[in-house]
Design a binder for this molecule. Structure first.
Ligand SMILES: [Zn+2]
Length: 372
């Protein structure tokens, strides 16, 4: 399976200029290729494929010598990215969801270079990239497995590299327990064992500071002023802080679940998201999507099972007798079965139902229920 390792890069001033230049060229290539596909379709009704465009790269390099300064596979990857964006667009059109045509990339939006196969290597102190040179790197943790790809990324004026490696699975010994996880907005998650996982406090603090910083930006009306640019950068830094804190929290929460359980059941977000149009929900979905992705990666590596179940009516069904009706849900927090009188915390009841759907044979349902 694949695992990503991310490290900070410390390019010299000269290397930074080279990297900035390459990013600019890649962005221009992306936008030009997008323009070509648009024009070909609008004017001639023709579909230009990513493959067609890749064949033209040699010509482009002959006509525009500056492109010789970018590693060839990095340029190919730019076109592959565009092709991916178009494929996703066509898929969305087919599915009938909101299509969203591939966008032109602005100066601040295009910020990574991908070496998909070769042209890079790494040693203890330096990372080598073809057409960039040896860049100082801080390998704060050892890398395992076989190197596959390298992606250089610019982030708030800093540089990073992500290496994707092929690693072997490291199965964990069986624990004999299974768990259902109900994610929500009040709590980050509630498990069928009756454990509530709170959204971390510092995270809320950062969100508050973020709102303050965002107001500071909107007060500065002159779009080109230095003070506004600085305020925008502050917002970007806070955003990054929040997303790093969230990522860290997701890693730790997922790891704990994987260590303690052989089987983890959660709601299938694709089904859950249906019919919930409001924005707040989708903001939370982003967080849950990342969490579930990490959970299944870690589970795969440890040879654990993760099952996504249909979440419909998990909050209305009684985990004891199975009676399902809306009246069972007394309030946001409280559940009381109309049929058998079973009372429980609503999220805990839902978590038990989720586990029940993943393991109908009742691997450990009896044990979990007794905790209630
Ligand atoms: Zn009941």
């Amino acid at each position: 399976m694949l695992r990503a390792y991310r490290y900070r890069l410390y390019p010299t001033k000269a290397q930074e200029t080279v990297l900035e230049g390459q990013l600019r060229l890649c962005r221009n290539l992306y936008n030009a290729a997008l323009q070509e596909r648009r024009d070909a379709y609008r004017k001639a009704g023709k579909t230009v494929t990513g493959y067609d465009q890749m064949k033209c790269l040699t010509e482009i390099k002959a006509a525009l010598p500056e492109y010789a300064g970018v590693y060839s596979q990095v340029l190919q990857d730019v076109l592959k990215r565009l092709d991916k964006a178009f494929k996703a667009f066509f898929r969305r059109v087919k599915e009938g969801s909101k299509p969203g045509y591939p966008r032109f990339q602005g100066r601040d939006r295009y910020d990574s270079l991908c070496y998909p196969q070769s042209g890079f290597s790494v040693s203890e102190k330096t990372a080598f990239f073809s057409k960039v040179g040896n860049v100082r790197i801080r390998l704060h943790r050892p890398m395992e497995g076989k190197l596959k790809t390298a992606t250089i990324r610019r982030e708030c004026g800093e540089w990073y590299v992500s290496y994707v490696c092929e690693v072997d699975a490291q199965p964990l010994p069986a624990t004999g327990s299974a768990v259902g996880v109900d994610v929500g907005t009040t709590w980050f998650a509630v498990t069928s064992d009756g454990e509530s996982v709170e959204n971390p406090r510092h995270f809320r603090g950062a969100m508050k500071r973020l709102r303050v910083a965002q107001r500071a930006v909107s007060r500065k009306k002159n779009k080109r002023s230095n003070r506004r640019r600085k305020a925008v950068r502050r917002v970007a830094k806070l955003h990054r802080k929040v997303s790093r804190q969230r990522l860290d929290f997701h890693h730790k929460t997922a790891l704990k679940l994987v260590r303690e359980n052989d089987l983890i059941a959660h709601e299938d977000l694709n089904v859950k998201g249906m019919g919930m149009g409001n924005l707040a929900r989708s903001v939370h979905d982003v967080g849950w999507g990342q969490f579930f992705a990490l959970l299944s990666q870690k589970a795969e590596c440890a040879a654990r099972r993760v099952i996504a179940v249909d979440p419909r009516y998990t909050s209305q069904a009684c985990s004891q007798c199975g009676h399902t009706c809306r009246e069972n849900r007394v309030s946001q927090a409280k559940f009381r079965c109309v049929s058998c009188g079973h009372t429980a915390n609503a999220d805990h009841n839902a978590a038990l139902n989720i586990l029940g759907r993943a393991a109908p044979s009742g691997v450990n349902v009896a044990h979990s229920a007794s905790v209630a």
